[in-house]
Design a protein. Structure first.
Lengths: 99, 246
C-alpha cells in the first residue's frame, strides 16, 4: 500500500485466486478517480471501465460502494475473484490516506 | 470425428501474433494454432497495468517487445527459443458454459500431450498446468462473436534470471503459493526431461488435443482474407494507446 501525488495504491491477493490492484483518488470522502488492474478475468472485458466510472462521485463507504457494484456484477462474469474482493480492495486502498 | 483447422510453424512478432489470434476469433473457424515469438516478447493481461507488471527499461535494453492481450490473466515472458504458444478457437457451445470448467476442459489436450512425453502434468485451477507443484503453462480465455479463444504458453526451456528481471512480480502475488521466491514457482520441459525438439513437443500436443477433444486436424495456412486483415488489426497492438491503456 502506498500514497503518491494524491493517488492511493492498494493490492489484494485473493487466496487461491488472482491479484487485484487499485489506484484511487479521493476528494474528502468522494471517489474522483479509480483504476482497477490485475490478472483476474472479467467478461466482457471492456466492462471494467463501467465499473470504474460507476463509482466516480460515490462516497467511500462499504454500503454506498456495495449498492453501486451489486447491479454491475449482475451483468458480468468474474473469474479469480469475487465481487466482495473488489469492494474490499477499494475500502482497503482508501484507508491508506489515514496512515 | 469433427474436423478442425491446424496452423503450425508460425513465428511472428508479438503484435502480429496477437493480431492473428484476434482475426481467428472473429472468423470463428474452429482452429488449433501453435506459434512462437520473434523477437522475444512479454504479453500482459487485458486488465494489467503495463508499468506495474513490466520492467520497461529492462525490456528496452534486451530488445523485448511488450503487447497487451485481449484476454485477461497475467503477464507472460515468451522467449524466442524457450516458448511454445497455442491458441484454440471454437464455437462457444463446444466448451462448458462455466468458464472455470472450460479452462480445465481445453487444457486436458495439453496435459494429455505432456503425458505422452512422459511428463506428469496436471491442471492447477484457475488456468495453469503444473508439474510437481511448479507452473509450466498458463492460459487465458475470452468469449466474443459466439466463439471462445483460449491461448496459452508452454515453457520448453527457462531463463529465470532474465524472466524475472523483465517481469515485476511482488511477494504479494505468491503469498498463497508456499514458496520463498518467484523463481521457485516455474519449471520447463527441459528441466523435467532434458533437451527436446519443439516439433516433437507440438506433435505430441496435437495428439493430446485429438484424443481428449475428439477432433481431427487438417494442416492449413492462414487464408488470403485472414492474411490481408493482419496489417489493420496489427496497428492496434502496436499503438501506445492500446498497450498503455492501463
Amino acid at each position: 500500500m502506498s500514497k503518491e501525488n494524491g493517488i492511493l495504491r492498494g493490492e489484494l491477493k485473493v487466496i487461491g485466486g488472482k491479484l487485484l490492484k487499485c489506484q484511487l483518488a479521493l476528494q474528502k470522502d468522494i471517489i474522483i478517480s479509480l483504476k482497477i488492474t490485475g490478472d483476474f478475468f472479467l467478461y466482457p472485458e471492456e466492462k471494467i471501465t463501467d465499473l470504474e466510472t460507476c463509482l466516480l462521485g460515490c462516497r467511500i463507504n462499504l454500503k454506498d460502494i456495495q449498492s453501486k457494484l451489486t447491479p454491475f456484477f449482475q451483468h458480468v462474469e468474474l473469474v479469480g475473484a469475487d465481487p466482495q474482493d473488489f469492494i474490499n480492495l477499494i475500502i482497503l486502498t482508501s484507508k491508506e490516506k489515514k496512515k | 470425428m469433427e474436423k478442425w483447422r491446424l496452423l503450425i510453424h508460425q513465428t511472428h512478432d508479438a503484435y502480429t501474433n496477437m493480431s492473428i489470434d484476434e482475426i481467428l476469433l472473429k472468423n470463428g473457424t474452429p482452429t488449433l494454432r501453435f506459434y512462437q515469438w520473434s523477437p522475444s516478447a512479454i504479453s500482459i493481461g487485458y486488465f494489467q497495468g503495463i508499468r506495474e507488471e513490466v520492467n520497461l527499461k529492462a525490456c528496452k535494453e534486451e530488445k523485448i517487445d511488450v503487447v497487451r492481450r485481449i484476454t485477461g490473466g497475467g503477464a507472460v515472458y515468451h522467449d524466442e527459443k524457450g516458448d511454445i504458444t497455442y491458441s484454440i478457437i471454437a464455437p462457444i457451445d463446444f466448451v462448458p458454459s462455466n468458464i472455470q470448467e472450460s479452462y480445465e476442459y481445453l487444457c486436458t489436450g495439453l496435459i494429455k500431450g505432456l503425458h505422452l512425453l512422459g511428463v506428469p502434468a496436471c491442471f492447477s485451477p484457475i488456468n495453469d498446468i503444473h508439474i510437481n507443484h511448479k507452473k509450466i503453462s498458463g492460459s487465458a480465455q475470452t468469449r466474443r462473436y459466439g466463439h471462445v479463444l483460449q491461448h496459452g504458453t508452454l515453457l520448453c526451456s527457462l531463463n529465470p534470471d532474465l524472466m524475472f528481471r523483465l517481469l515485476r512480480i511482488t511477494q504479494e502475488k505468491i503469498k498463497d503459493k508456499y514458496i520463498k521466491n518467484v523463481k521457485e514457482r516455474v519449471t520447463s520441459l527441459e528441466t523435467i526431461i532434458g533437451p527436446i525438439e519443439k516439433d516433437k513437443i507440438i506433435e505430441s500436443l496435437i495428439i493430446g488435443f485429438k484424443k481428449t477433444l475428439q477432433i481431427d486436424f487438417t494442416h492449413c495456412e492462414l487464408t488470403p482474407e485472414e492474411l490481408s486483415s493482419i496489417p489493420k488489426i496489427r496497428k492496434k497492438y502496436v499503438q501506445r494507446k492500446w498497450n498503455f491503456k492501463r
